[in-house]
Design a protein around this ligand. Structure first.
Ligand code: S3P
Length: 449
């Protein structure tokens, strides 16, 4: 496997030389990105010090840490232990910053912190990179406005840059048209500073880290069917938190193990929250040899060891109900589907079009360049397998999950696959190539506490 940056400033590329020999070993993956964002934000809201271990140190989480720092939280990182101490602003609330807040590539940073700033004192202007500046924000801006938030920005406040002027909010009962954990989190965090109660109802369950982590931090959250409710005035307590490995990152190594003949890979201490584990359920339905051994809970989050071995696969149909629990894993599942017998169909996944890239279009283009039989649908993908994959140069458009998915495709291709836009991978999984390399030599890797 070689990584090359053709010239300074140019998008980097990685070449994966398939077909790969068996992948074997035990690997740890970086801390869960969604939980890391929330742990930092809850630490900032609390009065006092929180010690967070196993933090994800990808660019997205670092963007949250930097914004929280500008807002007056003290965030100290001890890199070798992936440990972060956060001293929150508590009752004082965030400072009014003296500059624009940059959420970089991170929708979670932006949407969650809009909810926090909506109830603060001062003006807060957010921007982000070229991808985030194209992503839809009306879904979070309109319900926050309905709570009394003053938000203005480009395209009537539906696109970055956005300015929030903190104000007093009133609780709201809001029904989301599309399941979104980011929007749900923004509303619940705004609701903690609003008069009365705030409830969010979703059409299907999205990841529930915020609800679990609020409860673990001493804030009661009412949960009934698809509705989560908080009362205004809830105080977040500081505390120690251990962050499990990210199942969304583990997905790439587990999928690689399933696809590459003779492989056997174990990922310990990874989050297996059912609202995130749709990937494991779909792999099992495809006939994959995948085992999950639960190992208790860390701060309300289920954790376990996942083992995957190379397997013969059959195509499956994945429908809208299951999509929120595997939305970030659909690109890698699309690669897995190229090896499954028959048709694999992903429907009800139109949200993929508004992620870091239009993941339906990017994956369809990448897989078809590799010779897969793939069709882009308005709300998903149809893939027929098994098809051999051929050597090619493919473009991830800088989207981290697309880049890693196409690199895994390279492991089963008949020759080298070059992935453009590789530097996006540091968004969520710094060290991805080292982890894959360790498995290729049958070792172990990853150093999480
Ligand atoms: C996330 C929620 C999901 C997911 C994203 C992270 C989160 O987006 O795709 O990568 O941490 O809350 P939605 O808010 O659209 O569900």
């Amino acid at each position: 496997m070689t990584t090359s940056s053709p010239r300074p400033g140019a998008a980097s590329t990685t070449r994966v030389d398939g077909p790969s020999g068996a992948l074997r070993g035990v690997v740890r993956v970086p801390g869960d990105k969604s939980i890391s964002h929330r742990a930092l934000i809850l630490g900032a809201l609390a009065q006092g010090r929180s010690r967070l271990t196993g933090m994800n140190l990808g660019r997205d989480v670092l963007a949250t840490a930097a914004v929280l720092g500008r807002l007056g939280a003290s965030v100290h990182l001890t890199e070798p232990q992936v440990q972060v101490d956060v001293e929150g602003w508590g009752e004082r609330g965030p400072h009014e910053p003296d500059d624009v807040l940059d959420a970089a590539n991170s929708g979670t940073t932006l949407r969650c912190l809009l909810g926090v700033c909506a109830r603060a004192t001062g003006a807060f202007t957010f921007t982000g990179d070229g991808s985030l500046r194209q992503r839809p924000m009306a879904r979070v801006v309109s319900p926050l406005r309905a709570m009394g938030a003053r938000i203005d920005g480009r395209a009537q406040g539906s696109l970055l840059p956005l300015t929030v002027r903190g104000s007093s909010l009133t609780g709201l009962a809001h029904t989301l048209p599309i399941a979104s954990a980011q929007v749900k989190t923004a509303l619940l965090l705004a609701g903690l500073g609003a008069a009365g109660s705030t409830s969010v109802t979703e059409p299907r369950p999205s990841r529930d880290h915020t609800e679990r982590m609020l409860v673990a931090s001493g804030v009661p959250v009412g949960r009934r069917a698809l509705t989560a409710t908080v009362a205004g005035g809830g105080k977040v307590s500081p505390g120690a938190r251990r962050i499990p490995g990210d199942l969304s990152s583990a997905a790439f190594v587990l999928a690689a193990a399933i696809l590459v003949p003779g492989s056997d890979v174990v990922v310990p201490e990874v989050g297996i929250n059912p609202t995130r584990a749709g990937f494991l359920r779909v792999l099992a339905a495809m006939g994959a040899d995948i085992e999950v051994e639960p190992a208790g809970e860390w701060g309300g989050e289920p954790v376990g060891t996942v083992r995957a071995r190379s397997s013969a696969l059959r195509g499956v149909a994945v429908h809208a109900e299951e999509v929120p629990a595997l939305i970030d894993e659909l690109p890698i599942l699309a690669v897995v589907a190229t090896r499954a017998a028959g048709q694999t169909l992903f429907r009800g996944a139109g949200e993929l079009r508004v992620k870091e890239s239009d993941r339906i279009a990017t994956m369809a283009a990448g897989l078809s360049d590799l010779g897969a039989e793939v069709e882009a649908l308005p709300d998903g993908l149809s893939i027929r397998g098994p098809t051999p994959l051929r050597p090619a140069e493919v473009d991830s458009l800088g989207d981290h999950r697309v880049a890693m998915s196409l690199a895994v495709a390279g492991l089963i291709a008949d020759g080298p696959v070059t992935v453009r836009g590789w530097d996006g991978v540091d968004t969520s999984f710094p060290g991805f190539l080292t982890t894959l390399g360790a498995l290729r030599s049958g070792g172990s890797s990853g150093s999480r506490p």
